[in-house]
Design a protein around this ligand. Structure first.
Ligand SMILES: Nc1ncnc2c1ncn2[C@@H]1O[C@H](COP(=O)(O)OP(=O)(O)OP(=O)(O)O)[C@@H](O)[C@H]1O
Length: 360
C-alpha cells in the first residue's frame, strides 16, 4: 500500500479518469424537481425532499473520484443508487445538480452527439445482458462499435478478430449469438466494448447471469484484461466477494450516497458503519487476513522472519511446520510483532466466534 492509500502499482494521475462533484439526481414531476433544485445547495436530507417537494433523490450530493487505471467496484443494496451513479459517468443520466467530469472535461453540458461520441470512444459500457444483435455474427457484433466510429471495414475486421482472440473466441467469429453460452456471449460483449479502446469501462453486473465456475473464470479474465490494457473500470455488483476479489477499491452505497470508499482491506477490516461491515462475510475476512493482522506485540532477535502481508493460508502452513515463534516485519524490515501457532489459533477463534477484527 502506498502512503496515499493507492494499491501498489497504481499510479495516481493528477487528472482523475472520472470525477463527480456534489451530484444530485432527483426524480419527480418536472416542476417539483425544478423547485427542489433550488434548495440542494443547503444539503437537504432525502426525507425532507420527499416530504416537502414530492421528489425522490436517487443520488444525494455524491462526490467521487475514479482514479486513472483503477478498478472500482460499486456495491450496495438494491435501490441504493449504483446504476444511477454509474450512468452519470457516460451521460446516460444527467445530474440535477453538480458536475461530472471525464478526463477533466465536464460532460454534464455536452450535446447529444458529443455524448454519443464520448460513449463510442472514451467511456464504453457493458451491460448485464450483453444485448448482442441476434441477426449479426459474433465478429459483426464486435465490429459494431468500430463501425459507429467510422473505422474502415478491413481495420474493423482485424481489430475485432484480435479481441475475439484475446477473449478466446476467435473460432466462434462466424457463429450467431444464440449458438453461444451465456458466458461466451458475455465475453463477446466485453470484446465489443474493449475493441473500441475506451479509456474507461463501465460494467453493470457483468457476471451476474453466469454460473459460478464460468463466473470465476470470467472475473479473472476481466481483471487481467483490464490490467494488461491499462483501463479504468467501474463495475456494479451485488456480490461483495466478487468486488473484493477483483477491485482495487470498493465504493459502498446506501440511500443515494457513498458511505465508504476504500481498498477491499479497508472495507473488510475498518468498516465505517455496521451497514458496511455487513457486506464482509467471515470467509472474506479470513481470506483477507495477513500476518500483520494476527501478530501480537513482542520482539525477537533471532528466528524466522515473515512478511507483514503474508496471507493467512501461507502463514498456517508455516505455523504448522514449526513450533517456533516468528517475527513479523514490514517491507523495510521493521519488526511489527510476533506470531506463533497459539496466537494464530486465538485469532482464528476470535473470527470464528464472530468477534471480527473490525469490531475489536
Ligand atoms: N427513471 C427513474 N424514475 C424514478 N425513480 C428512479 C428512476 N431511476 C431510478 N429510480 C430510483 O432511484 C433509486 C436508485 O435506483 P438505482 O437503479 O440506481 O439503484 P441500484 O442500486 O442500481 O439498484 P439495483 O441494485 O436494484 O439495480 C431506486 O429507488 C429507483 O427506483
Amino acid at each position: 500500500m502506498t502512503r496515499s492509500g493507492a494499491p501498489q502499482g497504481l499510479s495516481i494521475d493528477p487528472v482523475p479518469s472520472v470525477a463527480l462533484s456534489g451530484v444530485w439526481k432527483l426524480y419527480g414531476a418536472p416542476r417539483a424537481v425544478k423547485t427542489a433544485k433550488r434548495v440542494l445547495s443547503a444539503g437537504p436530507d432525502r426525507e425532507c425532499l420527499q416530504r416537502d417537494f414530492g421528489v425522490f433523490a436517487a443520488l444525494a450530493g455524491v462526490d467521487l473520484t475514479v482514479r486513472r487505471r483503477e478498478t472500482l467496484a460499486v456495491v450496495g443494496l438494491s435501490g441504493s443508487g449504483k446504476s444511477t451513479l454509474v450512468r452519470h459517468m457516460n451521460g446516460l443520466v444527467a445530474p440535477t445538480a453538480g458536475s461530472v467530469a471525464v478526463d477533466g472535461r465536464d460532460i454534464s453540458r455536452l450535446s447529444r452527439s458529443d455524448l454519443q461520441a464520448l460513449r463510442a470512444t472514451q467511456v464504453g459500457m457493458v451491460f448485464q445482458s450483453t444485448s448482442l444483435f441476434p441477426d449479426r455474427t459474433v465478429i459483426e457484433n464486435v465490429m459494431f462499435g468500430l463501425e459507429v466510429r467510422g473505422v474502415p471495414r478491413r481495420d474493423r475486421m482485424a481489430t475485432a478478430l484480435t479481441w475475439l482472440d484475446r477473449v478466446e473466441l476467435a473460432d466462434w467469429a462466424h457463429r450467431y449469438p444464440h449458438e453461444l453460452s451465456g458466458g461466451m456471449q458475455q465475453r463477446v460483449g466485453l470484446a465489443r466494448t474493449l475493441a473500441t479502446d475506451p479509456e474507461v469501462l463501465l460494467l453493470d453486473e457483468p457476471f451476474s447471469a453466469l454460473d459460478p465456475l464460468i463466473r470465476a473464470n470470467l472475473q479473472d479474465e476481466f481483471a487481467s484484461l483490464v490490467r494488461t490494457y491499462r483501463k479504468t473500470a467501474v463495475f456494479i455488483t451485488h456480490d461483495f466477494d466478487e468486488a473484493a476479489r477483483i477491485a482495487d477499491r470498493i465504493a459502498v452505497m446506501s440511500d443515494g450516497g457513498i458511505v465508504q470508499i476504500g481498498t477491499p482491506r479497508d472495507i473488510v477490516f475498518a468498516p465505517a458503519t455496521p451497514y458496511v461491515a455487513s457486506f464482509a462475510t467471515r470467509d472474506i475476512r479470513l481470506r483477507f487476513l495477513q500476518a500483520a493482522d494476527v501478530a501480537v506485540p513482542g520482539t525477537l532477535d533471532t528466528g524466522d522472519t515473515i512478511a507483514a502481508d503474508m496471507p493467512l493460508s501461507e502463514l498456517m502452513q508455516r505455523a504448522s511446520a514449526s513450533e517456533r515463534v516468528m517475527r513479523v516485519v514490514d517491507r523495510d524490515g521493521r519488526g511489527l510483532g510476533v506470531v506463533d501457532r497459539a496466537h494464530l489459533i486465538a485469532s482464528l477463534d476470535r473470527l470464528m466466534t464472530g468477534k471480527a477484527h473490525a469490531a475489536e
